[in-house]
Design a protein around this ligand. Sequence first.
Ligand code: GLV
Length: 344
Amino acid sequence: MAHKPRVLVARAISPEVVQKLEQHFELESNQQDLAFSPEALIARLQDKDGVLSTGTQLIDAPLLAACPRLRIVANMAVGYNNFDVAAMTAAGVQGTNAPDVLTETTADFGFALLMATARRISESEHYLRAGRWKSWRYDMFVGAEIHGSTLGIIGMGRIGQGIARRGAHGFGMKVLYHNRSRLAPEIEAECKASHVDKQQLLAQADHVVLVLPYTPENRHTIGAAELAQMKPSATLINIARGGIVDDAALAQALRERRIAAAGLDVFEDEPAVHPALLSVPNVVLTPHIASATLGTRRAMAELAADNLIDMLIAGRPPRTPVNQPDAGAAQARAGLGAGVHGKT
Ligand code: GLV
C-alpha cells in the first residue's frame, strides 16, 4: 500500500487541526513549539512533501535545494515575506497563504490598538500600577479624539478596508487611503474612503494606520522624512510588518514628541524590539498578536491544512496559492516523492 504523504507542522497549532492532518498525512508535528534553526528545519524537511509554516520559517533557495521532495509550503499567515517566491516558483514548490479568515479579527485589533494609543490606555495603566495616581486633574493623560477625526490608511486591502469601515461607520471618521491601485468606486463608497497620495495622507491624518504587505520596495515606507510630514498630534499604528517602519527613526520622533504616539504590533527585528522603543512612554507595544483569537488562529491553520490536502491528497490546485510553480520542476518533485513513498 502506498504511504501517505509526509508533512511537517513547523510550530504548535490548534490540536483539532493536528488531528485533521493526521487523518491524511504521515505527520511530524511540533506541538512542543520548538523554534527550529534553519539547519534543524532543513533536517526535518528533507523527507517531507509538505510543511505547514507559521510565517516565521524562512523558505529560501538553499532550503529548497536541500529538500528535493518538498512540494508545498502552506503558511498559516496572510503575509508571506518568509517566502523567496521567485526561488520557490523556479524550484517547482507551491506556496500558499491564509487570507480572508483573519480579516475582521485583525481589523478589530488594528482599531483596538489605535484606540489604546490615541487614548493613552497603556501609559496611564502603568502610571496607576506604579502607585503614582494621587488625584484627578483635568489634563491627566489627555489623548487624541477618535470620533470625527481623520483616519489615514496606507495599504487598503481587505484588512485596511475593515479598519476603514469601523472608522467611518462606527466613529464617524473621515477616511483617507493610499494604495498601489485605487479601489473600485463601490468599495470606496462602502468604506466612505477617499484615495489620496501619501504626502496628503501623512499631512492630513490624525491617525495613520499601516496595513500594507512587506516587500523590499515597502521597506521604511515610514522613516524620518515621512514622520516629519505627520501632524505633531498624530498617532501611527503598524499592524502590517516589521521593516515597513524605520523603528529607530520612530523612537526618536516619539522621544522628541514630533508625533504624539505610536502603536506597534510588528517590529523590524522581532521578537527583538529596538531598545529605544522600549524606553519611550508614548508607544503601545504588542507581540504580533493582531490575528490572535483562538477561533481565527484555528481557521488560519485549517486553511493551511486544506491547502496541503488539496495538493497532496486531492491532486487539485490549492485554494489560496501565492505562486504558480514551474511545471517541470514541480513534476520532478512529485515523482521523487511518489517513488520514495512507494518504496518504503
Ligand atoms: C500575520 O502577521 C499574518 O500575516 O497573518
